[in-house]
Design a protein around this ligand. Structure first.
Ligand SMILES: Nc1ncnc2c1ncn2[C@@H]1O[C@H](COP(=O)(O)OP(=O)(O)O)[C@@H](O)[C@H]1O
Ligand SMILES: [Mg+2]
Length: 306
């Protein structure tokens, strides 16, 4: 397959777990695909949350053999990145929806009974041992991961990558390939030291790791619930981050945008247990109350690409 224009890589990255990285990765990939971009979603977290959500965890799948036995197989061949072998995506089928422009008052997402396919690279826990093995140097491992991500740019318009909750080899390679990163920050118990540490490391490696493509950071205050004490103060703190970045040596020229807070909603937790992307889940089960979340995610996607 050949393409004249190179696709763009968006990493959902921060060294903390449980903040919404996997949630926004799948929701963003869906949004891009729904807008008609050829999109791929890549799970580069060895903990494989997304892979688990769509397929059950690795080694959980069985296939029938010719003599009616069954063999266990792993849906992910992601560790082929470190071998001289192809890594293959899986096609996830979902349903498309359309924002109805005719209703006047409110933009309402409406279903089109049309299938939507999104390529997905599942992960597995072996990715962790692969990144820790002594077979390659740290630089080689970063380079191999980077080359894999970079190769996707000729095949897709939008490449969305879910990251592990650490700042190691995998995250570094994602940052090297990314045009923009999305950082979800929970608005309860904000870990200010952790955030400052993340940006300090990012500032440090911006030059040493040559993050030349990275031009934008989008922050999303997540799990916002105004009834929670401190939620508003936390939000104020998050809104100060762009100023902090302007005081750093290397990140001062990056664009940094804080999105409107994203609410704490039960449907977000439920969608993966139905093996559904967030938007189709909302359309099926929560149409009246939560469709504004779909529009919020479309806005985040727009902000990342701007
Ligand atoms: N806005 C939200 N409202 C409710 N639950 C959320 C929200 N964002 C994330 N979650 C839930 O929080 C948990 C952690 O989110 P996840 O995306 O897996 O985080 P990470 O990938 O950063 O570890 C998941 O159960 C997810 O469904
Ligand atoms: Mg995750």
């Amino acid at each position: 397959m050949s393409k004249d224009v190179l696709g763009e890589v968006y990493g959902v990255t921060v060294q903390k777990g449980g903040v919404g990285k996997s949630t926004f990765s799948q929701a963003l990939a869906y949004s891009f695909a729904n807008q008609g971009y050829k999109t791929v979603l890549v799970d580069l977290d060895p903990q494989s949350t997304l892979t688990g959500a769509f397929f059950g965890y690795s080694y959980g799948a069985f296939s029938q053999t010719e003599d009616n036995g069954s063999i266990e197989y792993d849906v992910s061949n992601i560790t082929n990145i470190f071998r001289d072998t192809d890594v293959e995506p899986i096609v996830v089928k979902t349903t498309k929806h359309l924002v109805n422009p005719n209703k006047g008052k409110m933009l309402q997402p409406h279903y089109l009974e049309e299938e939507l396919e999104i390529d997905f690279y599942p992960s597995n826990y072996q990715l962790l041992s692969a990144t820790e093995s002594d077979d390659f140097t740290r630089e080689n491992k970063i380079q191999l991961l980077y080359k894999f991500i970079d190769s996707l740019k000729t095949k897709y318009d939008r490449i969305v990558i879910d990251s592990p909750p650490s700042f190691g080899i995998i995250t570094t390679s994602i940052l090297k390939a990314a045009k923009a990163i999305l950082i979800p920050i929970p608005t309860k118990n904000v870990d200010t030291d952790g955030m400052v540490g993340f940006f300090r490391t990012l500032d440090k490696i911006y030059i040493t790791e040559n993050l030349k493509d990275l031009s934008k950071i989008v922050l999303i205050p997540n799990m916002f619930d105004k009834r929670v004490t401190d939620a508003k103060e936390t939000l104020t703190e998050i809104k100060r981050i762009p100023n902090l970045l302007h005081e750093t040596k290397n990140l001062r020229n990056l664009s940094c945008k804080v999105m409107d807070p994203f609410p704490q909603k039960a449907c977000i937790q439920e969608a993966p247990s139905f093996k559904l992307f967030l938007a189709p889940y909302i359309m099926d089960f929560h149409r009246s109350q939560n469709q504004d979340l779909i529009l919020k995610i479309d806005n985040i996607a727009k902000e990342l690409t701007n």
